[in-house]
Every structure is written in C-alpha cells, then in structure tokens.
Design a protein around this ligand. Structure first.
Ligand code: 5GP
Ligand code: MG
Length: 179
C-alpha cells in the first residue's frame, strides 16, 4: 500500500490543529463530539492534545452504499450522544469529502440547542466538495484518492493502521482474497 502521510506527519498535523483549537476555546468549556466510526483515532489523539476542560461524546453516522448508487442513504443515530444543550460543540470527523455527512450531522445536532457548533476534520478532499460549508479546522488537504488508516476503513478494515495509505488495485485484490 502506498503511504500518503506517515505516522510522524499525521502527528505533526494533528498537534498543529489541536493547538489552534486550544487557543480558540481557552477559557471556555468545550464539548467534543466524534462521528463514529471513522473519527475514533483522531478523537483519541485530539482530546489528549487539547489542554482545556472538556466533555467528550459520540454520534453515529453511517451511509449504506447500494451496488449501483454512488452515495448511500445517510442514517444519523444520536442515541449515544451526551447532552449538548447550551454547550460549545466541536464536531470531529475523519474526512470531509462531499461534505454531506458533516452538514447533515450539524443540522441534526442544532435541533438539540447547542450554543455553538464548529467542526474539525483530519482530511479535506477539496475537489469533491458539494456543499456550501467548509470545516473550521482541517489538518490536511488531500487529492481525490481513496485513503485508509488512522480511523478510515475499507469494508471495516485498516482503521488501525498508524499511517494514511492509498488503496491501489493490487491492495484491493489482496483484500478480496482475505475477505
Ligand atoms: P462525505 O459525506 O463528506 O462525502 O463523506 C464523508 C464520509 O465518507 C467519511 O466519514 C468516510 O466514511 C467516507 N469517505 C470519504 N472519502 C473517503 C476515503 O478516501 N476513504 C475512506 N476510508 N472513507 C472515505
Ligand atoms: Mg465515516
């Protein structure tokens, strides 16, 4: 698998983003909400780098891709979410691709009456953006390639890779033989 970002590069980018967030929210109480499942690695790193009092919660978003449809229907499950009423919320996700997931999750969370909602993502694929919204923090801009690792999956695998890799034809064949 081809490496797009090494473990060291990822650490640097995430630390830089954490420093910016810390500066913005210092003196306030923060509620960080990770979107399951892709955000888990970023969430774990980010919350330990931001040195301010915070609550941590999660919300689930999943899209089921049909065989013929390009984008599946998005389901948002807020049953696991902690109370965000009157809170300053920072929503965390692995990647901003078309932007539909984050904007839909924000819409849903606004119904719960937070004081503010901002967003932080590890990766932003700028070429693919389809919505009129840009994440407040993004650690890296990447080209339009399918990446895995550091929380991002292909058929629920590879989330545990400490680096960010690009899945190529040979990797897909290998994956198929493992599945
Ligand atoms: P969006 O709604 O912004 O188009 O897509 C966001 C979701 O699509 C991400 O949370 C992620 O699950 C998935 N996604 C988009 N691009 C990639 C990619 O390059 N690799 C992986 N593993 N997932 C991606
Ligand atoms: Mg995801």
């Amino acid at each position: 698998m081809r490496t797009l970002l090494t473990e060291t590069e990822l650490q640097k980018g995430v630390s830089k983003m954490a420093a910016k967030i810390e500066e913005t929210y210092s003196g306030r109480q923060l509620t960080i909400v990770g979107i399951l499942t892709g955000s888990i690695v970023l969430l774990a790193d980010l919350i330990r780098l931001i040195d301010i009092p915070m609550r941590v919660g999660v919300i689930e978003a999943s899209s089921y891709r049909g065989a013929t449809t390009e984008r599946g229907e998005l389901t948002i499950n807020s049953e696991l979410l902690i109370d965000i009423a009157d809170r300053d919320v920072l929503l965390v996700d692995d990647i901003f691709d078309t932007g539909h997931t984050i904007t839909r999750v924000i819409e849903k969370m606004r119904e719960l009456g937070p004081n503010s909602i901002h967003s932080a993502v590890l990766l932003h694929k700028k070429e693919r953006q389809e919505v009129d919204y840009t994440p407040d923090y993004s650690a890296f801009h990447i080209p339009n390639e399918f990446v895995v690792g550091y929380g991002l999956d292909y058929e629920d695998m590879y989330r545990n890779l400490p680096f960010l890799g690009v899945l190529e034809e040979a990797d897909l064949e290998k994956h198929a033989s493992l599945a």
